[in-house]
Write a protein that binds this ligand. Structure first.
Ligand code: AMP
Length: 431
């Protein structure tokens, strides 16, 4: 199929040609016709499938040309990074039109954004919170909004945006077109769809929870964090000395530690992104990574969700994600825009269960990788052993409610001993 057959008008055909797209992706083929005909649409699509263009192209085409001062369409997305990325694509697709697109997101003062909205816009791309704030400060009249897009709806639900989304729904006219895009479709997204959409048409890019087919997946058994760090250095300096890699960690403190731990081996070409970092520093790190000025980005799930970095060829899961859906999202960073990629998941003795859950969900084998014999193996410090034992206990108890944890008894015996310095676990924070 071609973009002409999808009945895109000349300005948009030119824009996709200039973006280097030869043909529509499957989600574009499936979603663009019902969106063009004005239906409500649910799109189940991971990042990397071309879903952004699938909703932006027909939405921009419907807006056609600038009209009045008030926005007529809004795309809501969970994070600033995603808002900026969608905005960048919108600007690209609208370049041969006069349409005005504006990004609204928090983390910086609202004044400039308020003025920009008041200057007249056609399409707003916003986080729900900032959208409401700009409205409450008198930025715009929402009564002209006839298209509402909810992107990454599953993550918006995870992040607790339901109350804001309900408020948005009350503001915008009830006669409107609604589009909802989500990588997964759990019950809470179904409920959101029931509240927001009317007789939606459902289209799906790939079956739910299938990792991108071009990604080769490996797991490596390693005893502890310190040895995992050696292995990451080995991957990045010896096995894939050219690759651009994203390293995923569970907690923001760990992102910082690992990024520092890799700095020497990578000659400084590494940055970390997590929720403690300022907005500008995160965007700057991502730009450096895209341009190739740095080779490695260490990130938490929250910070990375929805980031589109087609240049990534290697994904390293420093720890096994507890939610198997996060795994699918993480390895979705690579293999994007149809490139080949590799994903390594580093597994300590307590993480085997989490890995099993992933294989169960994805129904794809993850090949065990033979760790090179010369890799230095560090001893596991006591705090880490205890943390691992606690995780194993928790997993065993989940499987068998009558299970009496081995760790419990040990804990009683050792509880009175003072904790030696250096044996303290690092504080754990998500984000
Ligand atoms: P998305 O799934 O929207 O995050 O898009 C993933 C990547 O695919 C982005 O870099 C897009 O620019 C790119 N892309 C979207 N549609 C196409 C297409 N039809 N042909 C080639 N690349 C595309």
């Amino acid at each position: 199929m071609t973009f002409e057959e999808l009945k895109l008008t000349r300005q948009f055909i030119r824009a996709v040609e200039q973006a280097g797209y030869n043909a529509p992706t499957p989600i574009q083929e499936k979603a663009i016709p019902p969106i063009r005909s004005g239906q409500d649409v649910i799109g189940i699509a991971q990042t990397g499938t071309g879903k952004t263009a699938a909703f932006l192209l027909p939405t921009l085409q419907k807006l056609k040309y600038p009209q009045g001062m008030e926005p007529r369409a809004v795309v809501l997305a969970p994070t600033k990074e995603l808002v900026l990325q969608i905005h960048e694509q919108a600007e690209r697709f609208a370049q041969f039109t006069e349409l005005r697109c504006l990004a609204l997101y928090g983390g910086i003062g609202y004044k400039k954004q308020l003025e920009a909205v008041q200057a007249g816009q056609d399409l707003l791309i916003a986080t729900p919170g900032r959208f409401l704030e700009i409205y409450q400060r008198g930025g715009f009249n929402p009564k002209k909004i006839t298209t509402v897009v909810l992107d990454e709806a599953d993550r918006m639900m995870d992040m607790g945006f339901m109350p804001q989304l309900r408020l948005v729904q009350e503001l915008v006219p009830s006669k409107r077109q609604n589009l909802l895009f989500s990588a997964t479709f759990p019950e809470r997204v179904q409920r959101l769809a029931d509240e927001f959409l009317l007789w939606p048409t459902r289209v799906e890019a790939t079956p739910q929870s299938t990792p991108v087919a071009t990604v080769q997946q490996f797991s490596a058994a390693l005893p502890n964090v310190a040895t995992k760090l050696h292995f990451v250095k080995y991957l990045l300096t010896e096995r894939y000395p050219e690759a651009r890699a994203m390293v995923f960690v569970r907690e923001k403190d760990q992102a910082e530690l690992i990024s520092r731990g890799l700095a020497d081996a990578l000659k400084g070409q590494v940055r970390s992104i997590h929720s403690n970092k300022g907005q500008n520093s995160r965007i700057h790190a991502m730009d450096l990574f895209r341009e190739g000025a740095i080779r490695c980005l260490v990130s938490t799930d929250v910070a990375s969700r929805g980031i589109d970095v087609p240049e990534t060829s290697l994904v390293i899961n420093f720890s096994v994600p507890r939610d198997p859906h996060d795994y699918v999202h993480r390895i979705g960073r690579t293999g994007r825009a149809f490139r080949d990629g590799e994903a390594f998941t580093l597994v300590d003795p307590s993480e085997g269960y989490a890995l099993e859950r992933i294989v169960e969900l994805t129904q794809t084998p993850i090949a065990p990788f033979d760790v090179p014999a010369e890799l230095p193996v560090e001893e596991t410090p006591r705090w880490e052993k205890q943390a691992q034992a606690r995780t194993i206990d928790g997993e065993m108890r989940k499987r068998d409610p009558n299970y009496k944890g081995a760790f419990h008894e040990k804990k009683k015996k050792t509880a009175k001993r003072p904790v030696k310095k250096g044996n303290r676990p690092p504080k754990a924070k998500r984000g």
